[in-house]
Design a protein around this ligand. Structure first.
Ligand SMILES: Cc1cc2nc3c(=O)[nH]c(=O)nc-3n(C[C@H](O)[C@H](O)[C@H](O)COP(=O)(O)O)c2cc1C
Length: 214
């Protein structure tokens, strides 16, 4: 698989099989991700991997929060404003999912709430004193991790819903007070039988985002 093939074939998977991920595969993926660039090689990512009973407890606590309609409060606040261009692209997301996945698209919300039934979730944190440049570095780390996952036979999804209830994660993962929870990445073997994984999100033509200046 070339890098270009990986970039073009990686898509977020939203339903996983229950099979656990061998520890050596997880370690390979995490080592690959650690090769990501960062400001002055600061490597600001602090990573917590939830599996097994710990992840089961997190999923159960999240289910309880959703059942009680507890307000989701990720520690990195959600965006407040979008450009018209971004709004237009976002509007196309769900119709395109219905086009590709049919009725399975209706599971979008519930699968988010169930953490996509993933056997492993990687939570990315940074120290609270670090600013948005370190979030930038975590973005690079996320993409590296997901591309390595793909090469190692795993599906992945980066999702803010995974960090909807930081207090649950802080308790179960013993996240130190100095850290801010930024995002989660669910990993697992893709459930090919769930049509929600057929979603192939579109990209804008280059002219929309790129300006050549000669
Ligand atoms: C920071 C970030 C947060 C995201 N949060 C969610 C989420 O909460 N739930 C979800 O289903 N997808 C989430 N996504 C996945 C995006 O919807 C997805 O990346 C986008 O639609 C492009 O599709 P693709 O990744 O399959 O190419 C998130 C992606 C990013 C980068």
């Amino acid at each position: 698989m070339t890098i270009s093939e990986a970039l073009n074939n990686r898509r977020c998977m939203r339903a996983f099989k229950q099979d656990p991920i061998p520890r050596e595969v997880l370690i390979k993926v995490l080592k690959d991700a650690a090769q990501s660039p960062s400001w002055a090689n600061s490597q600001p990512w602090e990573v917590f991997v939830a599996e097994g009973e710990t992840l089961q407890r997190i999923k159960a606590a999240y289910a309880d929060c959703y059942a009680k309609a507890v307000k989701a409060e990720p520690e990195l606040s959600r965006p407040v404003e979008w450009t018209d261009a971004a709004k237009k692209r976002q509007k196309g997301l769900y119709p395109d999912m219905v086009r590709d996945c049919g009725d399975a698209a209706q599971q979008f919300g519930v699968l988010n709430q169930r953490m996509f039934d993933a056997p492993a979730v990687v939570f990315l944190c940074k120290d609270k004193i670090l600013n948005h440049w370190s979030v930038f570095d975590l973005g690079a780390y996320s993409q590296s991790l997901m591309l390595s996952a793909l090469e190692n036979g795993l599906g992945s999804i980066v999702a803010v819903t995974l960090v909807n209830y930081p207090e649950v994660l802080r308790k179960e993962l013993n996240v130190p007070d100095n850290l801010q929870l930024i995002v989660g990445i669910a990993l697992g073997y893709t459930d090919e039988n769930n049509a929600i994984n057929n979603f192939n999100s579109a990209r804008s033509p280059l002219e929309e985002n790129v300006t050549f200046c000669q």
